[in-house]
Design a protein around this ligand. Structure first.
Ligand code: SF4
Length: 206
């Protein structure tokens, strides 16, 4: 039996949320073996098991079908965005797409989830993500260190406020790079934030 690999498949970020078309779901079905495992993750990606020797061809076909394909495992997940119910412009869809392009699939010490909400109602739950971005009128607030798991679950803390859309990607990539450089082994990001302190991270992000 050949080797298999998991790839993380998701629809593009759009108004309305994580919407697959019937054609896209059919495409996933036709490109995978009948006994392949297809897992719905908690972070809005499907983990699709594919043969290693066909991964490039399958990735290309899924992308042609309009799907986004990223590595699975110890990487930043695709941006977990809200449904943009306040509209493309008001909720900042364009900024979310740029941010997703910049952050999805970066190798990290542990898997990282980055959330985006188009307003302070935060229906995509950005404060229980490793990094949460909330659009506040024309600028963005960034939160770090949310921990949704376990009996010591905790909310992310406010890292910085008033971040412009031009600054947003740079600030988040800077934090991810700092985590990659200074994490102890497979230290979870929430623990890393506690160890480093919020004040230190604020200096790094500034
Ligand atoms: S976070 Fe705001 S804009 Fe986004 S879906 Fe929720 S209410 Fe709508």
């Amino acid at each position: 039996m050949g080797e298999f690999i998991k790839m993380a498949v998701s629809p593009v970020i759009q108004v309305g949320g994580s919407l697959f078309t019937a054609e896209q779901l059919a495409k996933i079905g036709t490109l995978t073996d009948s006994n392949a495992k297809i897992e719905m993750t908690s972070f809005k990606q499907l983990y699709v098991q594919v043969p290693v020797d066909r991964q490039d061809a399958i990735k290309e076909e899924l992308e042609i079908a309009g799907l986004e394909v990223n590595p699975a495992g110890f990487v930043t997940k695709a941006l977990i965005a809200c449904n943009f119910c306040k509209g493309e412009e008001t909720a900042g869809l364009e900024t979310a797409l740029v941010l997703n392009e910049a952050i999805a699939g970066i190798e990290t010490p542990t898997p990282m989830k980055i959330g985006y909400a188009g307003c302070a109602l935060g229906t995509s739950e950005p404060l229980v993500k490793d990094i949460g971005v909330v659009k506040m009128r024309d600028t963005f607030d960034i939160y770090v260190g949310g921990e949704p798991k376990g009996i010591k679950a905790s909310l992310a803390k406010l890292l910085c406020t008033g971040v412009t859309k031009e600054q947003l990607v740079h600030v988040i990539i800077t934090i991810i790079d700092f985590y990659k450089e200074h994490a102890k082994g497979k230290e979870k990001f929430s623990k890393f934030v506690d160890r480093m302190t919020l004040e230190r991270l604020q200096e790094i992000a500034a």
